[in-house]
Design a protein around this ligand. Structure first.
Ligand SMILES: Nc1ncnc2c1ncn2[C@@H]1O[C@H](COP(=O)(O)OP(=O)(O)OP(=O)(O)O)[C@@H](O)[C@H]1O
Length: 309
């Protein structure tokens, strides 16, 4: 059952409709429904085949802002199917690294390669199409659009209809629009906010907005999902839930890069960690190694636990 959206956007499921249906399902029906959602969220992922191969390589990347070297000859790999944490004290170069990987900044030297192909001069949109999606430290949603519409916009990166096709509302455009709405609903359910699909983004609670950003990024079908401090402003219970969601995303076959200030969260959820300090990589390893690493301990010395990353 659907009801009209906000006039211009797609129709959205009636509030509570899907959620109420799910609540009444038997265990078997629920398992089947969850499998269907997983199929829509992460279709055709050959996780086992490619697991562990290098997906993205940051190769000797330097980024300068005038005289300031924000990133200094940094190299590391992100392996398919892992959650990689990128940490470091304030000003270490984490966001600059994200920005170099997502087309916001061009490296002054060095290169970023996705599946062995240099990103080169690809635009931000081009990089999204190549398969890198990100969320932002400061939430960036279309605040007047509904939650569902925000996610539908994300699916546009994968649409094949031409502008003309969209204008004349060709059959392909109709098909793509319908499947985009279904997919967006599945993603909202996946991140746990389907009950507010019809609400404008600006009216959603903060935690829902953060999850909505993740759903929108997933809608672009990324090979790599970059999360920039997704737990900022969360209380411990919300952080715990977010860790669960990030693990589920990884288990569904996505590769995740995570910048996060909360050390407990980083240590609890990541498979490997890269540590930056003053623009240089000072350590790389599994969480247990990083926790014991003298250079990392020295970098964080005197910084309270809640403030590190
Ligand atoms: N656009 C810019 N112009 C000039 N300097 C910049 C720019 N962006 C970042 N910097 C500088 O580059 C360095 C690295 O900043 P960056 O934001 O990447 O660090 P960070 O590790 O993400 O820090 P935080 O944890 O505080 O977000 C800092 O000294 C910062 O002031």
């Amino acid at each position: 059952m659907t009801v009209p959206g906000n006039g211009t956007g797609p129709e959205v499921p009636a509030e509570g409709g899907l959620v109420a249906e799910v609540a009444q399902m038997s265990a078997d029906q629920l398992a089947e429904h969850e499998a269907e959602v997983a199929e829509v969220v992460a279709p055709d992922r050959e996780i086992d085949v490619a697991m562990g191969n290098t997906l993205l390589r940051v190769d000797d990347v330097t980024v300068r802002f005038g005289g300031l070297v924000a990133l200094d000859a940094v190299s590391f790999d992100i392996r398919r199917g892992e959650i990689l944490g990128l940490i470091g004290p304030n000003g270490a170069g984490k966001t600059t690294c994200f920005n170099a990987m997502t087309g916001v900044y061009r490296p002054s030297s060095g290169q970023v390669l996705l599946e062995d192909k240099p990103l080169g001069k690809a635009s931000r949109h081009g990089i999204t199409q190549l398969g890198i999606a990100r969320t932002f430290q400061n939430i960036r949603l279309f605040s007047e659009m509904t939650a569902l519409e925000n996610v539908v916009v994300g699916t546009d990166a994968r649409h094949r209809t031409s502008l003309l096709g969209a204008l004349v509302r060709s059959p392909r455009h109709h098909r793509e629009e319908k499947s985009a709405i279904e997919k967006a609903m599945a993603l909202l359910e996946f991140v746990g906010i389907a009950d507010r699909a019809a609400d404008r983004a600006k009216n959603l609670p903060y935690g829902y907005q953060r999850r909505l950003e993740i759903a929108r990024a997933l809608a672009t079908e990324p090979k790599l999902l970059c999360l920039d401090e997704p737990a900022a402003g969360f209380n411990p219970a919300e952080k715990e839930e977010l860790m669960g969601l990030i693990r589920t995303i990884r288990d569904d076959g996505y590769t995740v890069l995570l910048i996060e200030h909360d050390m407990k969260l980083v240590m609890g959820v990541t498979d490997r960690i890269v540590v930056l300090e003053f623009g240089k990589k000072i350590a790389e390893g599994v969480p247990a190694e990083i926790r014991e690493n003298p250079a990392v301990i020295a970098a964080y010395l005197g910084v309270p636990d809640d403030d590190v990353a």
